[in-house]
Design a protein around this ligand. Sequence first.
Ligand SMILES: Nc1nc2c(ncn2[C@@H]2O[C@H](COP(=O)(O)OP(=O)(O)O)[C@@H](O)[C@H]2O)c(=O)[nH]1
Ligand SMILES: [Mg+2]
Ligand SMILES: [Zn+2]
Length: 277
Amino acid sequence: MTRARITSVLGATFVVATEAGAMEVRPRGALRHAKQDILVGDWVEIEQDHIVAVTARKNRLQRPRVANVDLVILLTTLDHPALSDLDVARRLVAIELTGAAPLLVLAKADLASAEERQRFASTYRQAAPVVELSSLDGGGVEQIRSRLQGHVAVLAGASGVGKSTLFTRLTGRPARTGTLSSAGRGRHTTRWAELVALAGGFLVDTPGFEALDLELTEIRQLLSCFPEWQHLDPCRFRDCTHRLEPDCAVRQAVDQGRVPRVRYESYLALGEEVGKA
Ligand SMILES: Nc1nc2c(ncn2[C@@H]2O[C@H](COP(=O)(O)OP(=O)(O)O)[C@@H](O)[C@H]2O)c(=O)[nH]1
Ligand SMILES: [Mg+2]
Ligand SMILES: [Zn+2]
């Protein structure tokens, strides 16, 4: 048996990457009968040209539909489009909930002043590693590439932040333009995302987290999604929500400038949304 990673889907056939190269395989009858769902990114066991088993996944994204994502490269800009700290916070929480690691990219850094870039880095560096990217002169591209080694990575962020431009810079291929679908014509032509081999890892060819569909059901989940305060001394109350409770270590850290106020305010605003849901 050989271990392999699903990189793309062609109808009922799957393309896998093995140590010996790419090959096309089909699920063995038993898997088909069990209606075992097999996703791009899945690790599978191969015998000849059959998939005989699918390994348990560590996570799966809904959009794009990809399993075992290790790294989400979240692009954001200061202008064009304008930065919303709340949107960035919402996306970082969504990433955190998948269990993938975030890499935060300040894209279009060529349009920002040194002071603005500095302010961005000091706001976010406790939340995620921050890289400055200028796709115009290529600044930051190699730093991003070097993070791919051994990982499945997906580009993420709002429309217009530069995801397609970065994809092309990294892979040398044009980015996919949207999902093909012909709803209502009786033919299901929605394309699957593919994994593109890159720098010892894989980059998903379809971006994620473009929409802000955060499905948080409780404030408890939100509490653990801000790395800024995971290492602080405990608050007086073990179940502190860091809002109005006395002797809150998070509020103290914010007041002393050890946790950026912008991030704390995003936390409060997201908490309000969760509270209303
Ligand atoms: N100034 C500047 N413009 C960029 C940069 N990267 C992308 N753009 C421009 O931003 C626009 C949106 O980029 P695109 O890659 O399509 O964004 P996407 O919607 O996230 O895929 C295009 O006009 C790009 O030429 C950059 O680093 N600097
Ligand atoms: Mg695009
Ligand atoms: Zn607290």
